[in-house]
Design a binder for this molecule. Structure first.
Ligand code: ATP
Ligand code: ZN
Length: 619
């Protein structure tokens, strides 16, 4: 396949490679090197970005972006341990990362912790520890939770990492050299929990922050400022040229309105905060926590033992394909950050997606309000897959969602235990009883003339499109529809009674079982980004090894891997299935020693230790 590659260059420009075979790695690298060494002259970056896009369209070229898929979660503030809200973003990011890996892409999944600032210093003092001890403890708690939730991140950045400090200082110096930093007095109302000066118009009565329900304090400081107002036009242009820059689309409109209402310069240093990175050439001030934390997305890209420079960090995956964040920090990511990047001559992220809030009694669940749901308890009681599945399936990605334990149990039981687990279990039971657990024919032959195969292929394609659009709940729904269709097929064909009739009916029944199992195989691939443990158990039941499961791809990357694609036809005649075991026990049915539902023992332990509703909001 020949095509052109749209490169993002370290100086903030985008460049179209000469026509070359895209799949040729050496050509790709040569082009990259050539443009890095001979960057085109700098002009207004936003305009250049647009003109390249327009140029591509005018010559009818579809750019092939051969860069890795890089995605980030927010770097979580270590003022308190993680909660279900922090877990929500990270689970969603993990699902997207796993999906992209299934498509065969190189993925760099970045997460981490934001560790500087006034709120952290105060939290440490309240705990009677030093800021650095406090950061170590909380950052470790995040890592442990990501392990419990099967988060397969590639990079975990802490903003107290010495390399990060070098990157922040270099970035600050670039922005300063570009004439975008100046010194001035500022007086305003500050919310320590937001770590942000607030506009009085946004506040509740008595100057309370609407998000944290705490009073803002009036502050006057002599600070360094970033000239955000200079970037009003370039930012407008970025949005005009790139309607996908902020997602979902209603948040795009929000950002557009903020910009339209006029951008004000903001202070990027604090004279009163010691726990931070010193401003270059002025040790009396530290860098504002947001001007520091956002750079974590770049310093995370540094390879181990690499010289910490902006140049080396950005050459390992910048710009990111996706910043996944909560809507609370949209302004920082969709306005401040792109302006800062333009000022430093770096390219912009391709997309910022601001999802909604998990709420408790209608209020955002958060550390500062303390109204949080403990993900560890949920995992302990219900298992990792149940937690991952419920929040992604239940909350439409982008909107807010309230938690209810009853609903949690109902959904997980109905979808994972009944629709998928039972379907597999009863099919394998029949196969064991009537066919010695061996498939009679290839799934392609079994499905000849059957409309069911087309239904499954359409649904799995629908799921792919939904994952790609980040409509994660709809992707789960499409996969579940395959399960529903499978159950319907089973009930309509009633293979158990066909087996009793013997002869040709028995042969038809044996084919029906192959058909159902092939559908379940496809479900196992398509749901594996969301419930990796369950899908591995399904794959084992279908007679595959863990290595084979780890090698699955959404579409075949080579002919020898045809078996593993989501296209119909993976299961072959003669293949021997494992002994049927429940792959997902219903939550209330789990008893100690029962097989299936890998969390059985944990659940029982947890039942003895944790009262049913502790830390959990009942609807
Ligand atoms: N209730 C929530 N629903 C969804 N995501 C959340 C929620 N709370 C936090 N997050 C995620 O964490 C990010 C904010 O991280 P942060 O460490 O500031 O947590 P926080 O609990 O919101 O803190 P605070 O309550 O102190 O403002 C959000 O942008 C979002 O990605
Ligand atoms: Zn606030």
């Amino acid at each position: 396949m020949a095509g052109r590659v749209l490169f993002s260059l370290p100086n903030g420009l985008w460049f179209l490679s000469p026509l070359s075979p895209v799949n040729s790695k050496s050509n790709h690298l040569k082009n990259r090197l050539h443009f890095r060494q001979n960057p085109p002259p700098s002009s207004s970056k936003a305009v250049t970005f647009c003109s390249y896009r327009n140029h591509l369209q005018s010559v009818g070229e579809e750019p092939v972006v051969a860069e890795p898929f890089v995605l980030t979660t927010p770097l979580y503030y270590v003022n308190a341990p993680p909660h279900m809200g922090s877990a929500y973003t990270t689970i969603a990011a993990d699902v997207i990362a796993r999906f992209q890996r299934l498509l065969g892409k190189k993925v760099i999944f970045v997460t981490g912790t934001d560790e500087h600032g006034e709120k952290i210093a105060a939290a440490a003092t309240a705990q009677g520890s030093s800021p650095s001890e406090h950061c170590d403890t909380i950052s470790h708690a995040y890592k442990m939770l990501w392990k419990d939730l099967d988060i397969a991140y590639d990079k975990f950045i802490r903003t107290t990492d010495p390399n990060h400090e070098v990157i922040v200082k270099e970035f600050y110096s670039r922005v300063l050299a570009n004439g975008d930093i100046y010194r001035a007095d500022y007086e305003g109302l500050y919310c320590v929990n937001c770590e942000e000066y607030k506009d009085e118009k946004e506040l509740l009565e008595n100057n309370w922050c609407p998000m944290h329900l705490k009073p803002c304090v009036r502050r006057k400081e002599d600070n360094y400022f970033f000239a955000l107002s200079k970037y009003q036009k370039p930012l407008e242009e970025v949005l005009t040229c790139n309607p996908d820059f902020v997602q979902p689309s209603f948040r795009f409109n929000e950002v557009q309105n903020w910009i339209k209402s006029g951008l004000k310069d903001f202070s990027i240093s604090r004279a009163s905060v010691d726990w931070g990175i010193p401003v270059p050439n002025d040790n009396k001030q530290t860098i504002y926590v947001w001007f520091d934390a956002l750079l974590g997305y770049i310093s995370a890209l540094l390879e181990d033992n690499e010289q910490p420079t902006l140049q080396s960090a950005v050459s390992s995956g910048w710009p990111v394909s996706l910043h996944l964040i909560g809507k609370d920090i949209l302004r920082f990511h969709a306005i401040y950050w792109p302006a800062m990047l333009m000022s430093a001559g770096l390219s912009l992220p391709k997309m910022v997606f601001g999802h909604g809030f998990l709420t408790k009694d209608g209020m955002k669940m958060g550390k500062s309000l303390g109204n949080t749901l403990e993900p560890k308890d949920l995992v302990y009681r219900f298992g990792t897959d149940a937690v991952r599945y419920f929040f992604l399936r239940e909350v439409e990605f982008g909107n807010d969602g309230d938690y209810s334990e009853d609903r949690f149990i109902n959904i997980v039981n109905a979808h994972l235990a009944n629709t998928i687990g039972n379907l597999l279990n009863r099919t394998l039971g029949l196969l064991k009883k009537n066919c010695q657990s061996t498939l009679a024919v290839d799934s392609t032959i079994a499905a000849e003339g059957s409309a069911f195969k087309d239904t499954v292929e359409k649904l799995v394609e629908k799921a792919r499109v939904q994952y790609d659009n980040l409509s994660l709940s709809s992707a789960c729904e499409a996969v579940l529809e395959i399960g529903n269709a499978g159950n319907l097929y089973m009930d309509e064909h009633a293979p158990w009674s066909l087996f009793k009739q013997g002869g040709a009916s028995s042969e038809a029944a044996a084919k029906d079982l192959v058909i159902i199992l092939e559908a379940v195989r496809i479900i196992a691939i398509a749901l594996s980004p969301v419930t990796p443990r369950l899908c591995l158990r399904i794959y084992s039941q279908l007679g595959y090894s863990k290595d084979q499961f780890d090698a699955i791809t959404w579409v075949s990357l080579s002919l020898s891997l045809r078996l593993f694609e989501t296209k119909w036809g993976g299961l072959k005649g003669g293949q021997v299935m494992a002994q049927p075991k429940p792959v997902f026990a219903r939550i209330e049915d789990r008893t100690e020693g029962e097989e299936g539902g890998e969390t059985t023992k944990e659940v029982m332990k947890a039942k003895k230790k944790i009262p049913e509703t502790q830390g959990v909001a009942k609807a």
